[in-house]
Design a protein around this ligand. Sequence first.
Ligand SMILES: NC(=O)c1ccc[n+]([C@@H]2O[C@H](COP(=O)([O-])OP(=O)(O)OC[C@H]3O[C@@H](n4cnc5c(N)ncnc54)[C@H](O)[C@@H]3O)[C@@H](O)[C@H]2O)c1
Length: 358
Amino acid sequence: MGTSFSTGHACGVAAAGNAHDYAHPHSARRTRSPHLMTRRRIALTGAAGSLAADIIPGLLARGHTIVGIDQRAPVDTFGCEFVECPVNDRAALLTALRGCDAVIHLAGIPLEAEWADILRANIDGTQAVLEVAEQLGIRRVVLASSIHSAGFVPVPTDGSLVPDDVRVRPNTLYGVSKAAVEALGSLYHDRFGLDVICLRIASRFAEPTGERTLSTWLSPADAARLFDACLQVPSPGFRTIWGVSANTRGYLSAEGGAAIGFRPEDDSERFAERMFAASDTDPSLLASDWDRAYIGAFSARRNHHASAAIPHALDLGICYTDRNRNDRHRGQRCLCRTPPLQSFWWCRAGARPERYQP
Ligand SMILES: NC(=O)c1ccc[n+]([C@@H]2O[C@H](COP(=O)([O-])OP(=O)(O)OC[C@H]3O[C@@H](n4cnc5c(N)ncnc54)[C@H](O)[C@@H]3O)[C@@H](O)[C@H]2O)c1
């Protein structure tokens, strides 16, 4: 069990914004300070995933020590301790999280899938992480929510910005799971006094992938800044915050991020000219009607559950979920929709990706 840690220096960031920020009645029985300060031992679930690969180097550079947890081995551990287990395995989690000062919980299915799978990975998994954190007296948990928890919120047409705590309005079963992730975070804050920040991550890619993501892009460098801010801010209470860069065309509020000391430095605008030029030959780069209507864009159509339509004989080696051909779900049987392309890609291990029309 990790020892209690002292208050350390204040980072000068006010715990304000949409938080339920008050002195929690349970905090007195805690051994650990509600203030998480610099350079602590952080458990990071989903450590073999692409978001983890984006943020781990930045967190290490800021002096944090990371214990990675994932149900599959990562391509690169970045020199961190790594524990291979599903987050649903509470006994393994109890051992892996022991001695940690905070948890960054990224593990889960990051897009639309079958309900039973989403339920187990995203909802049961998050409850297990929060429960074990509470048992171990870990006071801070950062949860990966998603823009899809509020995906059916209309894109503002009057220049206003969508607030960080806009009500949940999921546009997929995946979005429902992220709404549940937020609800679980709220519960463990209100009932047990944990500080829980839910990041409503928008579109985290190396580069914007089309016209829509010029508005919703979260750069890898800003993602690292955002997660670090979540670890540094004193006593955030419970809050939901957009995970988005400082995009000129953005419509998601930056207030929640600013309130925890997140200062995004990237703007998708530098990609805009090239993207629109490319759209002359690839019109799928341009925003669709869904993109213009709802912040979560695609996904209102029933055929989103395309994984059910995968011919069982196909031995899918790699599934690509975006036009950058990010490699996700290596070795898993899945089929994913590509938001800007409104299409699906799949391939056998080692083969070129092909479009798939269910
Ligand atoms: N990348 C984005 O743009 C984006 C946007 C919004 C939200 N998010 C959220 O961020 C998180 C990480 O996304 P990502 O893009 O890195 O996805 P990813 O698929 O690359 O990584 C997710 C990782 O979680 C692991 N995992 C899944 N279920 C698990 C379980 N039950 N136990 C242990 N490990 C498990 C997988 O093995 C994988 O390595 C997800 O929760 C996702 O919903 C990502």
